[in-house]
Design a binder for this molecule. Structure first.
Ligand code: FES
Ligand code: FES
Length: 168
């Protein structure tokens, strides 16, 4: 049976009417036309569908939207890659991915950038091992990960610099 579910998507209130077990991934793509959230495997294996979810206790975490039922996000805040740039400016993590050539076909990129955002929000000084662990659920068939890793290292410096100057 369909139910009304309310949540916040990239800071805007959204109400959808659908079966509560429909996945967040499908609702975002099919009902709300947010095709920036990519559909890779629908089994929690590739990370292409990553979004950030903010909980009631304000803790945010990156998660595979293909493994989340829409009924579970009632009242929560969801961020997709489209919600990352303020006033149409690229987020420093996006800039770093471009600067380091870490984007080829781009299918994995939204997920990797959101995972990086979540990592740096929760841990501004991750070790190399922590970075590798954070992106271990996000598959990239193109880049070989060297450039992705370099982009994340660059993003860490850039985000720190901007935070220190209190701009973000
Ligand atoms: S589509 Fe969700 S993990 Fe692959
Ligand atoms: S850039 Fe193509 S899958 Fe990662």
């Amino acid at each position: 049976m369909k139910k009304k579910i309310t949540f916040y998507l990239n800071n805007e209130k959204v109400v959808v009417k659908c079966h509560p077990l429909k996945t967040l991934l499908k609702v975002l793509r099919e009902d709300l036309n947010h095709t920036e959230v990519k559909n890779g495997c629908e089994q929690g294996e590739c990370g292409a569908c990553t979004v950030i979810i903010e909980d009631e206790d304000k803790k945010s975490f990156a998660t595979n939207s293909c493994l989340v039922a829409i009924g579970q996000v009632e009242g929560k805040k969801i961020v997709t890659i489209k919600g990352l740039n303020k006033e149409k400016e690229l987020h420093p993590i996006q800039k770093s991915f471009i600067d380091e050539g870490a984007v080829q076909c781009g299918f994995c990129t939204p997920g990797l950038i959101l995972v990086t955002k979540s990592l740096l929000d929760n841990n501004p000084n991750p070790t190399d091992e922590e970075i590798k662990y954070a992106i271990s659920g996000n598959l990239c068939r193109c880049t070989g990960y060297i450039k992705i890793f370099a982009a994340i290292k660059k993003a860490i410096k850039l985000v720190k610099k901007i935070r220190n100057s209190k701009k973000i």
